[in-house]
Design a protein around this ligand. Structure first.
Ligand SMILES: *Cc1c(COP(=O)(O)O)cnc(C)c1O
Length: 444
């Protein structure tokens, strides 16, 4: 990219990002929700449609995955207050955090053990419904539990589902697709952890490994899938379905907040911190949150210092047309779920008028936050998911955040604020890998 110098002159923060420094960035392009929602290609009705579809599939999910019985076949996670972690962050990092701190435990979502159980599984279900509707094998009024019967399995066995993944998306698509009966091929990038490949193979999923990064795995997966008319490719970078599956999270959060006696309004702002890879999960969830809480919710993404693809796209407004390699970064990080070099252009453009800001985090800190949470709350998250705590830990010390609060008239309201760290993965991590993580201290 020969205009890098020009870009750095126009956007000085790009220099710091390109040197792998931790930054906090406030989005200058955010507008009121009333304005941003107006000409958006996706609407509230699209989220409602996705939510209704997940309800229709609930009896089927419950039949295939009995662990979802407690929630009637809905794949949903707990919202847990973590006061001891708040205290620890304030003492250890001088975070200056006021208000309440909660953890949204998508790390413990049924079936896939990560946030990908939202978007990934939704997309497979949507595709499945499209197929059986097309064949007239099922209608919306039928009991979807029937989809588990042998005649349907036989039908699905003719079809293939393929996906490119750094790990967790492959697990969610792979496990669900295999349960329905599809042939599944997961194209795994170099960053994918061995245990994730092993787990998938044990479920009968074909795992192809690449030496390239995520974008390379996606490219090859898409090519192979396009050659086969009975194959469906899950396109994490461009899929509206995947995005809407994530967005449903927000509607379900309303009841959970009410249960905890938490109001979100003019005087009680909600701050949400979301680990970001290609952008679908944090983008979809933020999109949903904006539709529910409007200007009272403030969404921040967090990315690794070597793979801040969404941030790079946002700052330059080039979105999918720039990669982290273009600005001199490696794209390599221990946070496999976030190891993405080029952001989704679709998500970047859609979320740009809604996002409050972003921050970046060094790998070493992810392991620190992981140990902090274990010590204070006895909850395990994978390193990628711990990125959420960077937003929280940076709170009091960041001049950018202070200015943001002032400009938005929030400074005096912070004692009544609620912060949610969105924990995106971890419950399926095997014990020996957890132990290894606990003793990992990457070089600064
Ligand atoms: C995939 C993933 C994310 C980010 O989701 P994207 O859609 O790639 O932005 C965050 N955390 C974990 C653990 C993930 O697996």
């Amino acid at each position: 990219m020969n205009n890098l110098k020009e870009l750095k002159d126009r956007f000085p923060i790009l220099g710091e990002i390109g040197e792998g420094k931790e930054v906090v960035w406030i989005n200058p392009d955010r507008v009121s929700f009333a304005e941003s929602g107006k000409d958006c290609e996706l609407k509230k009705e699209d989220i409602a449609d996705a939510e209704a579809r997940l309800k229709r599939f609930a009896p089927f999910i419950m039949r295939c995955f009995p662990e979802t019985k407690d929630r009637g076949g809905l794949i949903e996670s707990a919202l847990t207050e973590i006061p001891a972690m708040k205290e620890l962050l304030n003492v250890k990092y001088d975070s200056g955090l006021k208000g309440r701190l909660l953890l949204k435990q998508d790390s413990h979502l049924a079936i896939a053990g990560s946030v990908k159980a939202r978007g990934g599984i939704y997309e497979v279900l949507k595709h499945t419904e499209d197929l059986v509707f097309e064949q007239g094998m099922l209608s919306m009024e039928d009991d979807y539990a029937r989809l588990a019967e042998p005649e349907f399995r036989k039908f699905f066995e003719q079809y293939t589902v393929q996906v490119g993944s750094t790990g967790n998306l492959g697990m969610s698509i792979g496990i669900m697709s295999a349960a329905i009966g599809y042939r599944v091929i997961v194209h795994m990038s170099a960053d994918a952890k061995q245990w994730k490949k092993d787990l998938l193979r044990s479920r009968g999923v074909t795992v192809l490994e690449y030496e390239s990064d995520y974008s390379g795995a996606v490219k090859n997966g898409r090519r192979l899938s396009d050659e086969d008319p009975k194959s469906y490719f899950v396109d994490d970078e461009n899929s509206r379905n995947l995005f809407l599956g994530y967005a449903v999270a927000a509607n379900r959060l309303i009841g959970q907040l009410t249960e905890q006696g938490i109001a979100v309004d003019e005087d009680h702002p909600l701050f949400v911190y979301l680990p970001c890879g290609v952008g679908g999960a944090p983008g979809g969830i933020s999109f949903g949150l904006k539709h529910v809480f409007g200007d009272h919710v403030h969404c921040f993404f967090v990315e690794p210092v070597q793979a801040p693809c969404m941030l790079t796209g946002m700052v330059t407004r080039l979105h999918g047309d720039i990669s982290v390699q273009d600005i001199g970064l490696t794209g390599r990080t221990d946070a496999d779920g976030l190891a993405v070099g080029r952001p989704s252009g679709f998500v970047g453009k859609l979320i740009a008028p809604m996002l409050s800001g972003e921050c970046t985090v060094r790998d070493a800190r992810l392991y620190d936050y992981m140990r902090d949470l274990l010590e204070s709350e006895d909850i395990f998250l994978e390193p990628s998911a711990c990125a959420a705590f960077q937003g929280v830990a940076k709170w009091g010390k960041s001049e950018e955040i202070r200015t943001y609060l002032k400009e938005n008239g929030l400074t005096d309201k912070m004692k009544d604020a609620v912060h949610i760290a969105w924990a995106t993965g971890g419950s399926l991590v095997p014990e020996e890998v957890r132990e290894a993580y606990q003793n990992t201290y990457p070089e600064e």
